[in-house]
Design a protein around this ligand. Structure first.
Ligand SMILES: [Zn+2]
Length: 113
């Protein structure tokens, strides 16, 4: 934004400051993505996806879950006792590394007849 009482230099400095902040944020995201890729390349799960309990499961990975539980679909099939537990694990998958046991994804069940 440019106000009439600002000089062009003020506006340019503000624009450059915003660009530096964006660059720093992008660099931090790139570093985090590289760390996650390396973690996965070593065979560990980053818990990027999950399915939750449903009374009538629609994915094979939901079968056997109890209300509130979530099963990781990132490749480890870990059952988390709550969504909050999954969010904590996926936010920092390096804290308690879990090996992948299968390909990532979920398997739709045949629709009920
Ligand atoms: Zn996982």
């Amino acid at each position: 934004m440019f106000y009439t009482d600002e000089t062009a230099a003020d506006a340019m400095e503000a624009a450059h400051e915003r660009a530096r902040e964006v660059d720093a944020d992008a660099d931090a995201m790139d570093r985090h993505a590289d760390e996650l890729h390396a973690h996965e390349a070593r065979g560990f799960c980053s818990h990027f996806g999950t399915v939750g309990y449903l009374p009538t499961p629609v994915y094979a990975e939901q079968v056997g879950l109890k209300p509130g539980e979530h099963r990781c679909t990132g490749g480890c099939r870990t059952v988390f006792p709550s969504e909050a537990a999954w969010i904590k694990a996926s936010t920092d998958p390096f804290a308690q590394p879990v090996k992948k046991v299968t390909k990532p994804g979920s398997t739709p069940l045949p629709a009920a007849q």
